[in-house]
Design a protein around this ligand. Structure first.
Ligand code: PLP
Length: 439
């Protein structure tokens, strides 16, 4: 077998075995759907087990900045495993790759970030951030500062605190009791003609702080741009105003940049795009482009000062995993070498401009985006799901998240692939996915 090829697979047998064997995330127990078995990837393309080719409009779960099938990353992983596959980072143990990745992250991080804590993924990062802000306040003599402010429609993960912070009620059904201490504000979404939206959101924030008492609030957590919630950039001026209120009340800011960091918005961090000085920035996904599981929590000066001297008894076995760190370092090098931040800043707006005319259709509510994070909101979730299914039958992967079709192709997507994406998506939106059965 040469790199980037797979032997022919028995697609039907794989599908049957999958259904008899696995429980997938976000699937109905006892009623497994017939799986789409993905067998190979290269750049912005993936192939299923039957050999059918797709354009990857979401890069799986938005993780794959540098595209699929990069031999450089495989080579780095192999070399690292031959040298030292893994060793613990607990206490006073360390390894060169974790140190080098930490240094690189501090080089590209926004001002004010001074330390790095590694995880295996996003939820673990949010769990870490929530514990860390509470720990920092307690260490600084304010143990009553425990409340976390979040927003409706936010997605922060599936751990105990990260799910409690999530603002999607359906995800919490039958999962309780979840921990107390999480308060949700309204969703940070405004239609373009809603001039008073930011004033309303800020007033709600002020009133909520007053009601709870600032001395009880540990932090505000937010995605700079809602991701799972439908790729929703905030209204203009939102983050400046929110940041000002939080500072005035001594409330820490946790930015969930699990989707937005490492180029997706055209910057290393969306914090730069919105002029945010976060106390903690939680990252994962694009850090390693998903080649291996890896996340990092970037820790600011204020947290370090508050938590100074405290013994933080928290950590995951694979913290600072040397093989994952080596791959992440090379992934960041590729993003820089290939100018992928600039690509997201040029390709994203072009894609948005070419999809915007869909807003003229009666059943399209809004087309929006920032960098290579785009959302096409349809009249209802059922129609959005039909459009996503039609696209998939036509060889384009997009994801329906509620009524929104969410798009986040690899940053390496080519001009021809962008043309194809626009064509297939537009055709399926126009016909509501109904003609997708032809392939
Ligand atoms: N936060 C955001 C904004 C996410 O999009 C995700 C995952 O999609 C998470 C947290 C959870 O990350 P993970 O699935 O790696 O635990």
């Amino acid at each position: 077998m040469t790199p980037n090829t797979v032997a022919p697979l028995d697609a039907a047998a794989l599908a049957a075995s999958d259904q008899a064997t696995l429980i997938h995330p976000h699937s109905r127990i006892g009623a497994p759907a017939e799986p789409l078995v993905i067998a190979r990837g290269e750049g912005a393309r993936i192939w299923d087990a039957t050999g059918k080719r797709y354009l990857d409009g979401t890069c799986g779960l938005w993780q794959c900045a540098v595209g699929h099938g990069r031999a450089e990353l495989a080579a780095v992983a192999a070399r690292q495993m031959e040298t030292l596959e893994f060793y613990s980072s607990f206490g006073d143990y360390s390894n060169p790759q974790a140190i080098a990745l930490g240094e690189r992250l501090l080089e590209i991080a926004p001002d004010g970030i001074e330390r790095i804590f590694f995880t295996n993924g996003g939820s673990e990062g949010v769990e870490t951030a929530v514990k860390l802000v509470r720990f920092a306040h307690a260490q600084a003599g304010q143990p009553e500062r425990t409340v976390i402010l979040s927003r409706t429609r936010a997605y922060h993960g599936v751990g105990s605190a990260s799910l409690a912070a999530t603002g999607m009620p359906a995800m919490k059904e039958k999962m309780g009791p979840l921990p107390d201490g999480f308060v949700h504000l309204s969703e940070p979404h405004a239609r373009r003609d809603d001039a008073g939206a930011v004033d309303r959101m800020v007033a709600e924030l002020e009133q909520t702080i007053e009601r709870i008492g600032p001395e009880r609030i540990a932090a505000f957590i937010g995605e700079p741009i809602l991701g799972v919630g439908g790729m929703v950039p905030p209204p203009d001026g939102y983050w400046d105003r929110v940041q000002e209120v939080l500072r005035r009340h001594g409330i820490l800011l946790i930015l969930d940049e699990i989707v937005t960091a490492f180029g997706r918005t055209g910057y290393w961090f969306a914090a730069e795009r919105y002029g945010l000085q976060a106390d903690l920035i939680v990252t994962a996904k694009g850090l390693s482009s998903g080649y291996l599981p890896m996340g990092a929590v970037l820790i600011g000066k204020r947290i370090l000062e508050l938590a100074d001297g405290g013994l933080f008894l928290h950590g995951f076995t694979y913290n600072g995993h040397p093989t994952c760190a080596a791959v992440a370092l090379e992934n960041l090098a590729i993003i820089e070498r290939e100018g992928l931040l600039e690509r997201a800043r040029t390709v994203g707006p072009d894609l948005l401009a070419r999809l915007r005319p869909l807003e003229q259709l009666e059943h399209v509510v809004e087309v929006r985006g920032e960098g290579l994070m785009l959302g096409v909101e349809i009249s209802d979730a059922e129609t959005a799901a039909a459009v996503a299914a039609g696209c998939r039958r036509d060889g384009l992967i997009v994801r329906a998240s509620g009524p929104s079709l969410v798009l986040s192709p690899p940053l390496v997507i080519t001009a021809e692939e962008v043309d194809e994406l626009v064509e297939l998506l537009s055709a399926n939106v126009r016909t509501r996915g109904a003609d997708g059965k032809r392939s």
